[in-house]
Write a protein that binds this ligand. Structure first.
Ligand code: SF4
Ligand code: SF4
Length: 463
């Protein structure tokens, strides 16, 4: 709970095991220093009540920090549900991609009225007042030849009218058509996230057009063009069992292009996720991706740094508090606890994502508003509408604002403050409630990461 990470000896471990089993050693001169140490570090509490009182105190502190932080709301805009690609693993059904509607000028006008309403609503709650807000374009595919007017109007109003920062998740196939217009917004443009799923031979089997053609050469060309023109690129590689063994070839391609040395380039490597509840064929769970990365590239930290890689959101969140300790090198010897300790410097995670914080608002191309951007198009999950009128259903909206203390399972889970209670959308789709968790390999991911780094922990202990 405190964020402390310690490498302990066998005796301390046995002591903790006794406490866990209810065989609590009496406090006496021999044990007192150890008791005090473990209490100070946040491993043991006088009672369950005192533990929860501390938990709520920390939670309120974390929320105060988040509500006043500079990171504001992300407004996620589906300019259209249309898409020119038919990637087999897409989290949206391809029937959605057949819908040819793109937001009209009237709908965009109404959408920004909803933005006003949402900003006023959050202001009333005293949240996100000094924050910078962002607008994210996605779809379907946001940047199509047929969505040009929609995109121009949304970007113009978001940046010129509201001072939002902006970014886009795009397949990159028509990016070349847009760069001249985006040039004037380069300062406000965070990045384009574009997927390349392997070397050409693999990518062209996965990121295919509706007619079945590959897209590798075209996308690589557009990434080159965007980097040359000074736009930041987040290369995204979606991994499952089909392409994991081709990662080395993609690394060679990135090297050959020199992308990894470009200051505007970074790379996100992430398992293909099944948040919405289908069991994806050839799914590679996060802990197995971790093992594969260690096997292929050896020292993970070195690999991440060399190629500007960030691990996928779930993976990096679950490992972040441990990673911080490993990379910060702030370990100190501590007696009498027979341990080396890391100075706590990361906040506990009470909520897995911004959808649970009312920090995401997603505008679907049909006029509905959603809390989770991945859930667009599932009308039963809409929390309101922006067209024809702005309406928020408070019950459906507030349902998302849940943290680990609202869930029986998460409230007693040993890794909850590294996990945040799982993907709310996934919990809903699989178990019918945001507070009924689908753990999605949280436990094995965390223990695998610790195991893969045990050399570092043991080295520290022997210092
Ligand atoms: S691992 Fe499961 S039970 Fe534990 S916090 Fe995460 S979702 Fe909840
Ligand atoms: S609810 Fe799940 S899918 Fe939606 S934004 Fe959060 S983590 Fe992502």
């Amino acid at each position: 709970m405190s964020g402390a990470i310690d490498t302990i000896g066998v005796e301390v471990k046995q002591f903790l095991d006794r406490i866990r089993k209810g065989d609590v050693p009496s406090r006496n001169e021999d044990y007192e220093p150890l008791y005090q140490f473990l209490e100070k570090r946040g491993y043991i509490y006088e009672s369950r009540d005192s533990e929860w009182a501390k938990l709520f105190e920390i939670r309120d502190h974390v929320y105060r920090l988040q509500d006043t932080s500079v990171a504001g709301i992300t407004f996620n805009v589906c300019t259209t549900y249309m898409c020119n690609l038919r990637c087999p693993y897409c989290y949206q059904g391809h029937e959605l991609h057949e819908k040819s509607h793109a937001l009209t000028m009237t709908e965009i006008d109404k959408m920004f009225k909803a933005v006003d309403g949402i900003l006023a609503m959050e202001k009333e709650k005293g949240r996100y007042q000094n924050a910078t807000h962002r607008m994210m374009l996605y779809g379907g595919e946001p940047l199509l030849p047929t969505t040009r007017e929609t995109v121009r109007e949304v970007v113009r109003r978001a940046v010129d009218g509201y001072g939002f920062r902006i970014y886009a998740i795009t397949n990159g196939t028509f990016l070349h058509d847009y760069l001249d217009f985006f040039e004037q917004y380069k300062e406000e443009w965070d990045y384009f996230q574009i997927s390349v799923d392997g070397p050409k031979s693999i990518h062209d089997q996965r990121r295919i057009t509706a007619g079945g053609q590959g897209t590798f050469d075209r996308i690589a060309r557009n990434i080159d063009m965007a980097l040359e023109r000074g736009f930041r690129i987040a290369l995204r590689t979606n991994i499952n069992k089909d392409n994991v063994d081709h990662l080395e070839e993609l690394v060679s391609f990135v090297e050959q292009k020199g992308w990894h040395e470009h200051p505007l380039f970074f790379w996100q490597i992430s398992p293909v996720t099944d948040h919405y509840g289908d069991n994806l064929p050839n799914h590679l769970p996060e802990h197995k991706l971790l093992v594969a990365l260690y096997e292929k590239f050896g020292d993970l930290e070195e690999f991440l740094e060399k190629y500007s890689v960030q691990l996928g959101t779930d993976l990096s969140m679950r490992t972040s508090r441990i990673r911080q300790a490993i990379t910060s090198k702030d370990w100190v010897m501590n007696n009498p606890g027979d341990s080396c300790i890391s100075i706590p410097n990361t906040l506990p995670i009470f909520k897995e994502c911004s959808a649970r914080e009312h920090r995401f608002y997603a505008f679907g191309a049909e006029g509905a508003i959603y809390a989770c951007p991945e859930s667009v198009g599932r009308s039963e999950l809409a929390i309101g509408t922006f067209f024809p009128e702005f309406v928020i259903n408070p019950i459906k909206h507030n349902m998302w604002e849940r943290d680990i203390t609202d869930s029986e399972q998460c409230g007693t889970c040993s890794v909850s403050l590294f996990c945040g209670g799982g993907c709310a959308y996934s919990n809903l789709m699989r178990n019918g409630s945001i507070t009924k968790p689908h753990c999605n390999y949280s436990h094995p991911t965390i223990s695998t990461y610790v195991k893969l780094n045990e050399g570092i922990f043991l080295q520290v202990q022997h210092k």
